[in-house]
Design a protein around this ligand. Structure first.
Ligand code: NAP
Length: 302
C-alpha cells in the first residue's frame, strides 16, 4: 500500500512527488506516456523564476532526475479507473491495480482537435500540434498556424524563423495572447494574419497540400501549404475519473485553492483542475500544495 499515488508526471505531478518523498512518504508515480507533460514542447521557458531560457525538455529532465534520486517508484502505465474504498483508494491501470491511502490527480491536458476530415490521417504528414517538435521539417516552406492564444502566437513566431511564409488563422479579430508576443508577430515580414477565418477543409491525398479557409461571410479561399500547426487549446484529461470526481462543464476537476476534490483523500494538481492561470509556475505550485494537503490527510488517518 502506497501513502500517495500520483497520476501524471508533468511538472505538477513531479513536484508533488518531490514534496511527498521529502516528507518520507511512500510514493508511486503513474504516467501514461513520457515524463514532463506539455512543457517538453516549449522551446524556451522565459517566465519561470530564476531559470531564464531553460528549455522545456531540460526543465522536465532535471525535475524527473531530482525526483528519481529521492527514490520514488515510477511506472509507465495508463490509469483507466480509480475507486474509492473506505480507507484507501484503488488505481487501475491496463496492467495492474495499485492501492494508495491518498491520490493526487495531475493528468494535465491533451491537444484540442479541429475535428476536420483527414485531420488524424495527416498527423505526421503535414498536420502537427507541436511547432517546436516538427517545425524544423518546414524549412523555407509555407505553413499555417490555427488559433489565437499564446501557443498559436508563439508557434507562429517560432515558425516564422524557419518557414518562408506563415499564415496565422484565427476565428475572431481579437487574440487571447499577450500583447508583447502579438506585436512581435505583427512585426514579422513573412507572417500573414487572417482574422475571422476558420479552416474548413484539409486538402491533399496522402499528405497535406493545402487548406480551405472560410471567413465570417462564408467566402472561401484555398491556401497552398504543406504544414498546418493546430494550436486551439487543450482538453483536460479527466474522462477516466468522471464516475467518481466532480468535473465542471468543460471537464476540469472542481477544486479549491488547496487542491481538494469532492472526494476526501483525492487531490488534484495542475492544468486538469479549475483555475484561472495555467502556467508552469502554477502547476508546480499546485504540486506542492496537493502533496502538503495529502500529507495532512495521511496524518489525520493516524
Ligand atoms: P487558449 O488560450 O485556450 O487559446 C485557444 C485558442 O484557440 C483561442 O484563441 C480560441 O479561439 C482558439 N480555438 C479554440 N477552439 C477552436 C476551434 N475549434 N477552431 C478554431 N479556433 C479555436 O490555448 P493556448 O494558446 O494553448 O494556451 C493555454 C494556456 O497556456 C493559456 O492560459 C495560455 O496563456 C498559456 N500559455 C502561456 C504561454 C506563455 O506564457 N509563454 C505559452 C503558451 C500557453 P477564441 O479566442 O475565439 O476562443
Amino acid at each position: 500500500m502506497y501513502d500517495i499515488i500520483i497520476v501524471g508526471a508533468g511538472p505538477a505531478g513531479l513536484t508533488a512527488a518531490l514534496y511527498a518523498t521529502r516528507a518520507r512518504k511512500k510514493v508511486l508515480v503513474l504516467e501514461a506516456l513520457s515524463y514532463g507533460g506539455q512543457i517538453i514542447n516549449t522551446l524556451e521557458i522565459d517566465n519561470y523564476p530564476v531559470a531564464p531560457h531553460i528549455s522545456g525538455f531540460d526543465f522536465a529532465e532535471k525535475l524527473y532526475n531530482q525526483v528519481l534520486e529521492l527514490g520514488v517508484d515510477f511506472k509507465f502505465e495508463k490509469v483507466i479507473e480509480i475507486k474509492n474504498n473506505n480507507n484507501y483508494k484503488e488505481v487501475v491501470t491496463k496492467e495492474n491495480t495499485y492501492q494508495g491511502k491518498t491520490l493526487i490527480l495531475a493528468t494535465g491536458s491533451e491537444n484540442r482537435k479541429l475535428g476536420l476530415e483527414k485531420e488524424q490521417d495527416f498527423v505526421g504528414c503535414g498536420v502537427s500540434y507541436c511547432a517546436t517538435c516538427d517545425g524544423a521539417f518546414y524549412k523555407n516552406k509555407e505553413v499555417a498556424v490555427v488559433g489565437g492564444g499564446n501557443t498559436a502566437i508563439e508557434d507562429a513566431l517560432y515558425l516564422s524563423d524557419i518557414a518562408s511564409r506563415v499564415y496565422l488563422i484565427h476565428r475572431r479579430d481579437q487574440f487571447r495572447a499577450d500583447n508583447v508576443s502579438i506585436q512581435k508577430l505583427k512585426d514579422k515580414k513573412n507572417v500573414e494574419i487572417l482574422y475571422n477565418n476558420r479552416v474548413t477543409k484539409l486538402i491533399g491525398d496522402r499528405k497535406l497540400e493545402g487548406i480551405l479557409v472560410s471567413d465570417k461571410n462564408n467566402v472561401e479561399k484555398e491556401i497552398s501549404i504543406c504544414g498546418l500547426f493546430i494550436a486551439v487549446g487543450r482538453i483536460p484529461e479527466n474522462e477516466n475519473f468522471r464516475k467518481l470526481i466532480e468535473l465542471d462543464d468543460s471537464g476540469y476537476i472542481v477544486s479549491n485553492e488547496l487542491c481538494h476534490t469532492n472526494v476526501p483523500g483525492i487531490f488534484v494538481a495542475g492544468d486538469n483542475r479549475v483555475k484561472e492561470l495555467r502556467q508552469l509556475v502554477t502547476a508546480t505550485s499546485d504540486g506542492a500544495i496537493a502533496a502538503t494537503e495529502a500529507i495532512k490527510y495521511l496524518n489525520s488517518l493516524n
